[in-house]
Design a protein around this ligand. Structure first.
Ligand code: BYC
Ligand code: FE
Ligand code: FE
Length: 471
């Protein structure tokens, strides 16, 4: 099914047939554009960028590539087509028909989930807004903008649901999406990691590797939802998420490749004098980003999460592939527990541990890329290993929030933490150094000193293609 770009708001939900909804969204649209201009990517309004735009939601050929003048990007509303006779796959309503309208008794829970999801999308654009000044190549600059426009579209996806199904409250929530801002002391974004700075490109690659991966897992859980419009919109968003994680993984890989090359060339671990980023610095960035992303999963034990599951609103990762009754009534599982003698365990209702389950799947998925990074180090005959820190390390949400632990997971005192954390987390000096090498490179095909070129260009174009036109 193709998307009609002649409409003011491109969509595949027959928006034209619902005048009230269309008018409400048309009223929100200028506020969104204002927000994009004020809080979106700096210096981008004059550029023409080689972007991918959705033209259909079919699995084959939904993408169209062309130069787009940034503020004229066509954000739209695209949902996967309904699956015929789809049934709710888990919870108390398992086996019943999915809901095509809001189930009244679960309205406030659904609203909360959609608002939390929606809030992260513009937050990420705000966090990344300064990066256009220091892109290491035109290829990377284009990828940044691609990610940004798609996160903008993800906001549209959630705002559509709010407007279409939640009436006046929904419209108010949609307005507030543009009023909270990342890092704003008075009106911050909802989740903590979405208020951090993304001030350099190493952070951007870590963000798209780790934080967009939280997006993947949360969206996958919402894609199971019994509220069918939410499931369908999340399914389409997931196809875009894959590209964001590709940008992260290949970005980190290219930084690492350059580091390894410089290490071998100069026979040293310290490549800073040669404009590179030390492996130890990369590890610190991993430690920071991974630990704040674990916090995004909420508490290990959560009644909210149990309710979302029982109500059929938010499932587990690949719910239908799991080998149990998908209801979990009376099931018990063991989870960690912080005691005076270290980390013990306790047995609690499985239903309340849904956040932990999703987080564990996330950790496995995160480790896969780490294995590939380590192969790159190996291939250069270098003796070093990058690793994910323990889940006890640097946490501020959930059972580990009150403790201190090393990246290996050994519990330590507050004094030990204060004395050693500079060895594990980015210091002011590390930030200063990394920022100092963020010098923009705008000649087609050229790369900054600290990053290797990509293996291939975008959509079959050469690496030295002019991905961004500045005129
Ligand atoms: N920061 O009962 P708990 C993405 C709050 S990323 C601050 O454990 P729950 C993207 C919590 O709200 C995916 N506060 O929480 C990526 C609660 O507050 P109240 C985003 C936090 O509800 C890159 C209290 O602590 N999508 O798409 O079980 C670029 C108790 O917590 C945090 C979603 O997250 C935190 N990290 O779980 C662009 C999906 N964690 O009630 C986009 C929707 C918890 O005491 N959200 N709190 O006031 C959810 O499913 C759930 O809200 C959470 C939290 C999993 C986030
Ligand atoms: Fe997103
Ligand atoms: Fe994303």
């Amino acid at each position: 099914m193709n998307i009609d770009y002649n409409e003011t708001i491109p969509n595949n939900v027959d928006l034209g047939d619902d005048r009230r909804l269309l008018r409400a969204l048309e009223r929100w649209q200028p506020a969104y554009i204002e927000w994009w201009k004020e809080m979106g990517p700096v210096q981008s309004d004059m550029h023409k960028i080689y972007l991918r735009t959705a033209v259909s939601v079919d699995t084959d050929g939904w993408a169209h590539f062309d130069y787009v003048h940034m503020p004229e990007y066509r954000w739209g509303i695209f949902l996967n087509q309904p699956e015929k006779d789809r049934k709710i796959g888990f919870g108390a309503h398992k086996g019943e028909d999915v809901w095509t309208d809001i189930p009244g008794e679960y309205r406030s829970e659904l609203r909360r989930l959609i608002v939390t999801q929606g809030d992260t999308e513009p937050a990420s654009v705000e966090q990344q807004r300064q990066l256009g000044r220091t892109a290491p190549s035109l290829y990377d600059l284009r990828n940044l903008y691609q990610v940004n426009v798609e996160e903008g579209r993800h906001l549209w996806a959630m705002v559509y649901l709010l407007h279409a199904y939640f009436g006046r409250d929904g419209r108010e929530e949609a307005d507030e999406m543009l009023e909270r801002h990342a890092g704003d002391p008075d009106r911050p974004r909802i989740l903590k990691a979405f208020n951090e700075e993304t001030a350099d490109w190493l952070s951007f690659f870590m963000f798209t590797y780790f934080q967009d991966r939280d997006g993947k897992f949360q969206l996958a859980a919402l894609a199971e939802s019994g509220f069918d419009p939410l499931a369908r919109t999340c399914r389409f968003m997931l196809t875009e998420e894959a590209h964001h994680m590709f940008v992260g993984e290949t970005g980190i890989m290219r930084v690492l490749q350059r580091t390894c090359e410089l290490m071998n060339q100069h026979n040293t671990d310290d490549v800073r004098p040669y404009g590179g980023i030390n492996i130890n610095t990369i590890q610190k960035w991993i430690n920071f980003h991974y630990s704040i992303c674990l916090d995004l999963f909420g508490s290990e034990r959560s009644t909210n999460a149990a309710n979302y599951f029982s109500m059929g609103l938010k499932g587990r990762y690949r719910e239908s592939k799991l080998d149990d009754d998908h209801k979990l009534d009376g099931e018990q599982v063991e989870i960690p527990r912080v005691t005076e003698n270290g980390i013990g365990s306790e047995t609690i209702a499985a239903l309340t541990t849904m956040n932990l389950k999703l987080r564990q799947d996330y950790t496995k998925d995160s480790q896969r890329g780490l294995n590939r990074f380590n192969k790159m180090i190996d291939a250069h005959d270098i003796d070093a290993t990058l690793s994910l820190p323990a889940d006890t390390f640097n946490r501020s949400i959930g059972i580990y929030a009150g403790i201190n632990a090393t990246p290996e997971g050994k519990l330590i005192s507050g004094e030990e933490w204060a004395a050693s954390k500079h060895a594990w987390l980015p210091t002011d000096d590390d930030h200063k150094y990394v920022r100092s090498i963020m010098i923009p490179v705008t000649a087609p095909g050229k790369m900054a000193s600290w990053i290797a070129p990509p293996k291939r260009g975008i959509h079959g174009q050469p690496i030295d293609y002019e991905y961004v036109l500045f005129h």
